[in-house]
Ligand binder design. Structure first.
Ligand code: HEM
Ligand SMILES: *[C@@H]1O[C@H](CO)[C@@H](O)[C@H](O)[C@H]1NC(C)=O
Ligand SMILES: *[C@@H]1O[C@H](CO)[C@@H](O)[C@H](O)[C@H]1NC(C)=O
Length: 490
């Protein structure tokens, strides 16, 4: 048999095999557009506007449908009812993480974002408990965020009211909050270790969330043929990890078991307690990966939200004026904003909720997977199937939020101007995989934004009418278009 015949035969077998797999599964999986062999539905999916694409499909196939990214089926859940039924009512079954071949190769099942099963449960529980304990400690997380908010204001003052792109400065503050929680102290914004850390974390988030990498996730074989980004991510992580291991060593030497100072101390104490357990997950390697995950998940998300918030405040000066009125009334100019103030500031609270709803930061959530075979709305979803939830479809639901494409804090206010909660507020997702940093993120958004608005008037470079707030889609995240503004001290 010559090479050509061999290739043709192999290819036809592959084709037949993929057709067979698809047809044998299709009786149970939810309906969806007919997939082509091997490439599935990818020609029908606009990667630049996945969220809109899902809305279009849901009009044809209903709120629960199947798309093939390559040969792998992905069950898509669209709209509040389906998302809630899965993530909350069937929380346990839908708590798996969809597969990320690249992240899995590098993380080796450690950490929190990409880990599975009991490993994930234990480290997640530990992380949440530790964040809670640190929140009540001698130096609370609120103290740390307030400290950072003052440094942020000082740094913004140095711009002397000149036009500036706020991206860099707004990236430093959330990163430093995590530094302060993990290593106990913040860094100067010019510290070389800090800048390295920020740069490498951001580069990895960018690569991991790029459309190209989503494509590679559908066809993992590509990863082996184009190792470029794979190597960069691995190199950056090695760099971050060796720095972390150094820090961990320093902490080990100065550890006082009765007086934990930060996340690393709590972890070291926990791993001492587990010393007798040979299968303990609390290893130094797992600490390094978990900390990397906290930086990866907690830096760009928060800083992008802050950057988008300022853009929306520039675009809607009447909203900004009302928030500043509330700040003057409740906090005044003398003291620092604190979390207690939030309950007296319904308009500001509503504005921040509306920013998160409107910008829809992670439109299709991180991919989930089902942890066992599950019957869902008369369909049978086999264990391990990837599940994509459209958070957009919940945040932009037109019954819950009339005119969902309009930025209006009124979406979270009742007729008397009181703050109005909504079950549809899901920018952090919902259920057992829900963002582990929700409390921290919301604290940062409130304290940073109120502190900035207490100290500065925001001045746009163009007329508000001409400000474009359309998101630039960037892999997982919707980011604001680049812009400049002036911070005029009040
Ligand atoms: C505005 C800021 C933030 C937004 C919008 C956000 C949103 C999200 C979303 C949508 C997920 C995926 C949830 C899921 O899979 O169902 C997630 C996961 C996660 N977030 Fe956040 N996040 C933010 C800030 C933070 C911060 C500050 C931290 C730091 C502590 C953090 C830590 C995490 C972790 C560790 C996970 C993985 C949870 C798991 O897999 O169990 N996030 N976040
Ligand atoms: C996605 O498509 C919708 C409607 O087709 C449009 O309104 C929206 O601006 C698009 N989003 C992006 C980021 O291109
Ligand atoms: C969704 O459907 C609308 C109208 O049917 C179409 O104009 C738009 O291009 C579609 N968007 C995507 C991303 O498929």
């Amino acid at each position: 048999m010559d090479l050509l015949t061999f290739l043709v035969l192999t290819l036809s077998c592959l084709l037949l095999f993929s057709l067979w797999r698809q047809s044998s599964g299709r009786g149970k999986l939810p309906p969806g557009p007919t997939p082509l062999p091997i490439i599935g539905n990818i020609l029908q999916i606009d990667v630049k506007n996945i969220s809109q694409c899902l809305t279009n499909f849901s009009k044809v196939y209903g709120p629960v449908f199947t798309l093939y990214f390559g040969m792998k089926p992905t069950v898509v859940l669209h709209g509040y009812e389906a998302v809630k039924e899965a993530l909350i009512d069937h929380g346990e079954e839908f708590s798996g993480r969809g597969s990320f071949p690249l992240a899995e190769n590098i993380n080796k099942g450690l950490g929190i974002i990409f880990s599975h099963g009991n490993r994930w449960k234990e480290i997640r529980r530990f992380s949440l408990t530790t964040l809670r304990n640190l929140g009540m400690g001698k130096r609370t997380i609120e103290d740390r965020v307030q400290e950072e908010a003052q440094c942020l204001v000082e740094e913004l003052r140095r711009t002397n009211g000149a036009p500036c792109d706020p991206t860099f400065i707004l990236g430093c503050a959330p990163c430093n909050v995590i530094c302060s929680i993990i290593f106990q102290n913040r860094f100067d914004y010019k510290d070389q270790d800090f800048l390295n850390f920020l740069e490498k974390t951001n580069e990895n988030v960018k690569i991991l969330s790029s459309p190209w990498l989503q494509f590679c996730n559908a066809f993992p074989i590509l990863l082996d043929y184009c190792p470029g980004s794979h190597n960069t991510v691995a190199k950056n992580l090695d760099h971050i990890k060796s720095y972390l291991l150094e820090k961990i060593k320093e902490h080990q030497e100065s550890l006082d078991v009765t007086n934990p100072r930060d996340f690393i101390d709590y972890y070291l104490i926990k791993s001492k307690q587990e010393n007798h357990n040979q299968h303990s997950i609390f290893t130094a390697d797992n600490l390094a990966t978990t900390v990397t995950d906290l930086f990866g998940a907690g830096t760009e998300t928060t800083s992008t939200t802050l950057r988008y918030a300022l853009l929306l405040l520039l675009k809607h000066p009447h909203v900004t004026a009302k928030v500043q009125e509330e700040i003057v009334f409740v906090i005044g100019q003398q003291r620092r904003p604190c979390m207690q103030d939030r309950s007296h500031m319904p308009y500001t609270d509503a504005m921040i909720h509306e920013v998160q709803r409107f910008i829809d930061l992670i439109p299709t959530n991180l991919p989930h997977a089902v942890t066992c075979d599950i019957k869902f709305r008369n369909y049978l979803i086999p264990k391990g199937t990837t599940v994509m939830t459209s958070l957009s479809s919940v945040l932009h639901d037109s019954k819950e939020f009339p005119n969902p494409e309009t930025f209006d804090p009124g979406h979270f206010l009742d007729g008397n101007g009181n703050f109005k909660k909504s079950d549809y507020f899901m920018p952090f997702s919902a259920g057992k995989r829900m963002c582990a940093g929700e409390g921290l993120a919301r604290m940062e958004l409130f304290l940073f934004l109120t502190t900035v608005l207490q100290n500065f008037k925001l001045k746009p470079l163009v007329h508000p009418m001409d400000i474009d707030t359309t998101p630039v889609v960037n892999g997982f995240a919707s980011v604001p278009p680049p812009y400049q503004l002036c911070f005029i001290p009040v």
